[in-house]
Ligand binder design. Structure first.
Ligand code: HEC
Length: 151
């Protein structure tokens, strides 16, 4: 590439960058109420982040369940489970707000998944501590909101 070509390319790149910047600047602010972002509260998400996302992350996580901070809420609440539904022969949700015992998340960390030979989550690791299990149960029992619930 000659120096002239290079200069032309640089000018072109600058123009494209400016154009892109200009577009971003011109976007009208959204009208109406700010969209609400539903995320798992920190006291629960920290458990997933510390013990689960070593497996449950990325584009093809086990059972399609991504437990990273950006995805966990949307992947859990009111979403039909694969393993528990197969185990029980009837569709049950990963998290059924209000009913821990009918939530695959809770079953997975306590009773275990029959389809995995009764293994509890985290798979292959020590079970979650009782206070952590109680915290998750309490969150589900209180409707599994996107906000903290008192213990
Ligand atoms: C070592 C890897 C590993 C870790 C760590 C792990 N899991 Fe899993 N998990 C799996 C596998 C494998 C499956 C079953 C996938 C399948 O059968 O298709 C599974 C399935 C599940 C399911 C069933 C989902 C469904 O729709 O059927 C839940 C719920 C679950 N895990 C929760 C957790 C939680 C909560 C943690 C952390 C406390 C955790 N897992 C940690 C590997 C892991």
């Amino acid at each position: 590439m000659s120096p002239t070509d290079f200069r032309r390319l640089a000018v072109l790149a600058g123009t494209v960058a400016l154009a892109a910047w200009g577009c971003t600047e011109k976007i009208a602010p959204p009208t109406g109420p700010a969209p609400t972002r539903f995320v798992t509260p920190d006291s629960i998400q920290s458990v997933f982040t510390n013990t689960c996302i070593v497996c449950h992350d990325g584009p093809t996580p086990p059972a399609g369940l991504n437990l990273s901070a950006d995805s966990s809420y949307a992947h859990l609440i009111g979403v039909v489970s694969f393993n528990c539904s197969a185990d029980l022969g009837t569709p049950i949700n990963r998290v059924q707000p209000g009913v821990a015992d009918s939530s695959c998340l809770y079953i997975a960390i306590t009773v275990g998944l029959q389809s995995l030979g009764g293994e509890t989550m985290p798979l292959g690791g020590p079970p979650l501590s009782q206070p952590t299990i109680d915290r998750i149960r309490n969150w589900i029992t209180n409707g599994a909101p996107a906000t903290e619930v008192p213990l």
